[in-house]
Ligand binder design. Structure first.
Ligand code: OGA
Ligand code: NI
Length: 337
């Protein structure tokens, strides 16, 4: 049976004000009913070009505070040229604007695992669906890359992604170093615990077509990322929301900033000192929203658990130690960890 793509459903629902029932969220999830309107949440914005203190705080303190208190922050002056980001966005958009048959050439298959063009990732409760299609492919390390899942069209897709990846690796190296220092560890300890040079960079493109009922549907449902860290660029359309103090808020959009999420693996490694952020996305009536998260993941076989130095009698291990692939299996199948 052919898989339905949200993009096709969206073009059929244009000029209507209804959507198929499987996209209508239960009332306790509907964005119109559950978003705190009129407030845009100002998540911490951290200037990576900062050499001096800001209000007497070092960059390590700022990042560590944001990761403890919010599980997320935005970074500016990150060193990735605007052009590199806009090229990444352009080639991704061009791929999703190809005729459907072209996109299906790199569709997920039962054997392809997470990589490829696809529509649903997780089993959802009550058979509900998110208003989003996606493409996943690994971009680093070279031994993990399978170009079979990279678009051939547009022809510049590969170069644009490789250039972004090269710069993103530098940003990751800085962030993971500061996060490590913020836990009182040596500079390289957290990076090593994440797999060192074998940490996988998994690119995802989210494509959220216009939706006639953005008040009732969600893009990606509420979740924490199972990665260690996620670094994301959105297009200019609002949609990312975070849960804070019992409410859902829109995250303020800052042009050319990178959005950083603490994921489950860094929460675990830090023994709960850093918190994975609970987030979701909404969709828009007239505009296509897109986003490019890169998930920084430990290699599948690596065991992840609280770092020994962070465990003591006063602060016992709060999480089990298990292989990353086992964590992923449980999370995707909604089994207890
Ligand atoms: C995700 C996600 C956020 C966004 O794909 O895990 O949370 O802004 N995306 O699209
Ligand atoms: Ni996410």
């Amino acid at each position: 049976m052919e898989v339905e793509r949200v993009q096709s459903i969206a073009s059929l629902s244009k000029n209507t004000d209804t959507i198929p029932h499987e996209f209508i969220r239960s009332e306790n999830e509907q964005p119109a009913a559950t978003t705190l309107h009129g407030v845009v949440l100002e998540v911490p914005v951290i200037d990576l070009g900062l050499t001096d203190d800001s209000n007497g705080k070092t960059i390590v303190e700022l990042i560590s505070e944001a990761s403890r208190d919010w599980g997320m922050f935005q970074v500016v002056n990150h060193g990735i040229p605007d052009q590199t980001i806009s090229n990444l966005q352009r080639v991704g958009r061009e791929f999703f604007e190809l005729p459907r048959a072209e996109r299906e050439l790199i569709a997920k298959t039962p054997e392809s695992g997470i990589e490829g063009y696809g529509t649903t990732l997780q089993k959802e409760v009550e058979g509900k669906k998110g208003w989003v299609d996606h493409l996943f492919h690994k971009i680093w390390p070279p031994s993990a890359v399978n170009y079979r899942f990279w678009p051939k069209d547009p022809p510049s897709y590969r170069q644009a992604n490789e250039e972004y990846c090269e710069r993103l690796r530098e940003v990751y190296d800085k962030l993971i170093k500061w996060l490590s220092l913020g836990l009182g560890l040596e500079e390289q300890e957290l990076k090593v615990a994440m797999g060192g040079e074998d940490t996988v960079f998994l690119m995802k493109i989210n494509y959220y077509p216009p939706c006639p009922r953005p008040d009732l549907a969600l893009g990606v449902v509420a979740h924490t990322d199972m990665s260690g860290l996620t670094i994301l660029v959105p297009n200019q359309v609002q949609g990312l929301q975070v849960f804070r103090d019992g409410h859902w808020y829109d995250v303020k959009y800052i042009p050319n900033a990178l959005i950083v999420h603490i994921g489950d693996q860094i929460e675990i490694l830090s023994n709960g000192k850093y918190k994975a952020v609970f987030h979701r996305t909404t969709v828009n009536k007239n505009c296509t929203r897109m986003s490019w998260p890169v998930f920084l993941e430990p290699p599948a076989e690596l065991e992840i658990g609280p770092i020994a130095k962070l465990v003591s009698e006063e602060s016992p291990a709060k999480y089990k130690t298990k292989k990353y692939k086992e964590y992923v299996y449980c999370k995707l199948n909604k089994l207890p960890q």
